[in-house]
Write a protein that binds this ligand. Structure first.
Ligand code: AKG
Length: 280
């Protein structure tokens, strides 16, 4: 169901073209995730928010997992952003990192608490829509990680950027042939103030063409001066699922008093089969 109560989250439906990616889909119940995801894949809306996708008990399990972790990976391009393990984007630049990535993916996918939101997401899409959806497998038959825990430290932001796997990984490394890429973030902890996500109904064409065909030069500083107000601004709460089209420019505001942690993954729709592929 679509809700528009004028309170949180804050949407700016006057931005963006009429009838295109200009609204937020907000659902009360987890099964509606499938309807929102379909609309997002088809470019009808800018973001999907499912409040209470995880219960507070489930959130607590993942907070303990974060607190117990002995090692964290510092993101190569975003100061203050750490993860438990490395993402495919970061690993794809070297064979050694890819081997480490696939070892870590096996452990993550089999047992851990942080896969709970990924499993629920897949279950909802399959059960309600009969979607073909699953964790992606590379050309060598290796399963990618289904999700990654990311932790953004207090006062740190994520500058405006786009994510597009076809443009980010080097030639010769697995990149799905997809017609749409979404980022799904399930919120575990949020700061007491700030930490809002902004999404613009815009892709940065210059930036996209600069990145095409090259690895590791993803830009986290697209100039948003000319973009105007974001199409959608959402201040997440623990337990929320928020999905967005990551090929559109998006950013995260710095938060105050408390870290901002998520379980995050990408979803791509295979151009030929329509199958939805998940990776992190
Ligand atoms: O944490 C968020 O709200 C968005 C993170 C982000 O930049 C992404 O999913 O690409």
């Amino acid at each position: 169901m679509n809700k528009s109560d004028g309170n949180e989250p804050d949407h700016h439906e006057d931005c963006g073209e009429q009838g295109r990616s200009s609204a937020l889909f907000e659902a009360d119940t987890a099964p509606d995730v499938s309807r929102g995801i379909r609309q997002l894949l088809d470019g009808e809306i800018a973001a999907v928010r499912i409040p209470g996708f995880l219960s507070s008990k489930e959130v607590g399990l993942i907070v303990r997992r974060i607190d117990r972790a002995t090692e964290r990976n510092q993101h190569g391009l975003v100061a203050g952003l750490e993860s438990l393990g490395i993402s495919y984007f970061e690993a794809a630049t070297s064979d050694a990192a890819l081997r480490r990535y696939f070892r870590q993916a096996r452990a993550t996918n089999s047992a851990s608490d942080e896969m709970l939101p990924v499993r629920r997401f897949i279950h909802d899409l399959v059960r309600v829509r009969g979607e073909m959806v699953g964790v992606a497998v590379d050309d060598g038959g290796r399963e990618l990680a289904g999700g990654i825990v990311r932790i953004l430290g207090e006062s740190h932001d994520i500058r405006p950027h786009c994510d597009s796997v076809g443009e980010e990984v080097p030639t010769g490394v697995w990149a799905p042939d997809i017609d749409s890429q979404l980022g799904v973030n399930v919120f575990i902890e949020t700061p007491e103030a700030g930490g809002a996500l902004h999404v613009w109904d815009a892709v940065d064409a210059d930036e996209a063409s600069k990145r095409r065909g090259r690895a590791s030069s993803r830009n986290y500083g697209i100039d948003t001066i000319d973009l105007g107000k974001p199409t959608v601004t959402i201040t997440p709460r623990p337990g929320d699922l928020i999905a967005l089209n990551t090929e559109h420019i998006h950013s995260v505001e710095p938060g105050n008093r408390g870290r901002r942690s998520t379980v995050s993954w990408f979803v791509g729709r295979d151009r030929t089969s329509g199958r939805l592929l998940i990776w992190a």
